[in-house]
Design a binder for this molecule. Structure first.
Ligand code: NAD
Length: 432
């Protein structure tokens, strides 16, 4: 929390802060100036969908001074009651349409399964509420377009939870790579590996599809919309362009348990100039964890770990330092032949931190969230915007681009063909 506050204080205030803000204008609703302006005011917030992610948001909301949770809605009683225990005094609803009639609500946070994002978002905007919806934007291409179009005509604030846009290590990393630290970007490799079945316990069989919604196509786009969505968005931000063609292969390799979505995907996104994103996700082996890797002519950035490596690095490696320090001490104690002596991985590449100090790293296993991964900052920005009415710069557009690309990834895998980005789903924000 302290680290995050320090980061937010720096926005627009100290050297480097203004430049960071210039490159990430969507942060404007959480600058210290804006937070000072709204001091003492509280956005009246309601949550629709109070399962794992909804309850995670509640924990963050309780720490945001300019937010008050006034209502909760869930159609599954145990999850509604679990959330109610965290927010005494909040009104409880079982039907989100009834909640939307409540005039004492400024903004709603939607954390329901993907299949219902578009319908609830559209209803909430029509009811005059500000909306923060979980990623991905929607389950189908047409739903994404409908939400995007509705937002163009709406005077309400709309956010999608693309938290990497609010994560300090990603933001500072983007700034460094846009300033040329790793040279021209020549490719990207993103992966997300887990070793878990994604299943939840179901109290009675008729609830299987409702509780394990992630496994069924009517509610979920599988690995692409659940995981890749965040990572494709990072690639789009890094190169400032949208891939033109998409091909891939998807299979159910290990979890043959009645699920409909792939447990193994490999998708290649190709930009007009030939650069590619190589995307891979597998949930029956976690050796490689999760990473968003940007490859430049002069270096490589691993944004999830918050480190970069340079192709020509004049700084000294750990092994060189160790040998030097041993030379200065007792040469005979150098354990060169010992079993503990291993070559450094990646030859001479030395990791440099993007952000100094302790940072949160997503090892890939956590489904709900990682502390300080930007989820609390984006939520704070939304609550501030519920008070000021300030629209989010580029957040809806980025969510639209990332979601459409993930859905096209699924389409390419299902149809086993290379897909060109369809004209109909292009928006003015996209540069190819
Ligand atoms: N941004 C991130 O990093 C991140 C992380 C985890 C989950 N998510 C997203 O959050 C969303 C929820 O995921 P989850 O793991 O919390 O799922 P979950 O199943 O734990 O919770 C979803 C809740 O929504 C409720 N619900 C379903 N339909 C509803 C309706 N019409 N009205 C009211 N409530 C309804 C369910 O009963 C359930 O309690 C998904 O879109 C998921 O992709 C995002």
């Amino acid at each position: 929390m302290e680290d995050r506050r320090e980061f937010l204080k720096q926005l627009g205030c100290v050297a480097g802060g203004a430049a960071l803000l210039a490159g990430a204008p969507w942060l404007s609703s959480c600058t210290p100036e804006r937070i000072r302006e709204i001091s003492g005011e509280k956005a009246r917030i309601a949550l629709i969908g109070t399962g794992s992610r909804g309850q995670y948001h509640i924990h963050n909301l309780l720490l945001i001074p300019h937010a008050r949770i006034v209502a909760l809605c869930d159609c599954y009683e145990p999850n509604l009651q679990a959330a109610a225990a965290l927010c005494p005094g909040a009104k409880l609803y079982r039907d989100y349409r009834k909640l939307l009639e409540d005039k004492d609500i400024d903004g709603v946070i939607i954390s329901t399964p993907l299949g219902s994002h578009a319908a609830i978002t559209l209803d909430a905007l029509s009811a005059g509420k500000h909306v923060f919806c979980e990623k991905a934007m929607a389950r189908t291409l047409d739903e994404c377009k409908a939400v995007y179009d509705a937002y163009q005509k709406s005077d309400k604030v709309l956010y999608f939870c693309m938290q990497r846009m609010f994560d300090e290590k990603y933001l500072r990393g983007m700034k460094l790579l846009h300033d040329g630290l790793i040279g021209e970007i020549v490719g990207m490799r993103c992966h997300w590996f887990r070793n878990a079945d994604w299943r939840r316990e179901v109290p009675s069989p008729e609830l299987e599809r409702q509780i394990n919604w992630r496994l069924y196509k009517e509610h979920s786009g599988g690995l692409m919309t659940e995981l890749a969505c965040h990572q494709i968005e990072v690639c789009n931000l890094a190169v400032g362009r949208i891939p033109q063609s998409i091909s891939g292969m998807g299979d159910i390799v290990y979890w043959k348990d009645g699920r409909e979505v792939y447990d193994s995907v490999n998708v290649i996104y190709r930009y007009a100039d030939g650069r590619k994103i190589n995307y891979e996700s597998l949930i029956s082996n976690k050796f490689n964890g999760m990473e968003d890797q940007i490859l430049g002519k002069k270096g490589t950035m691993e944004l999830a770990k918050g480190v970069y490596y340079l192709e020509e690095d004049n700084s000294r490696s750990g092994i060189e330092c160790l040998i030097d320090s041993m030379k200065e001490k007792v040469l005979t104690s150098v354990p060169l032949a010992g079993p503990s002596w291993r070559p450094e991985v990646k030859g001479q590449y030395i990791p440099h931190n993007i952000v100094e100090g302790k940072i949160s790293v997503n090892g890939g296993q956590n489904m709900i969230g990682v502390d300080n991964d930007g989820s609390d900052v984006i939520l704070s920005a939304f609550c501030s915007a519920c008070i000021t009415g300030e629209k989010a710069v580029n957040v809806v557009e980025e969510a639209y681009c990332a979601t459409v690309l993930c859905l096209l990834g699924n389409k390419a895998m299902e149809e086993q063909r290379t897909i060109l980005f369809p004209e109909y789903y292009k928006i003015p924000y996209m540069k190819f």
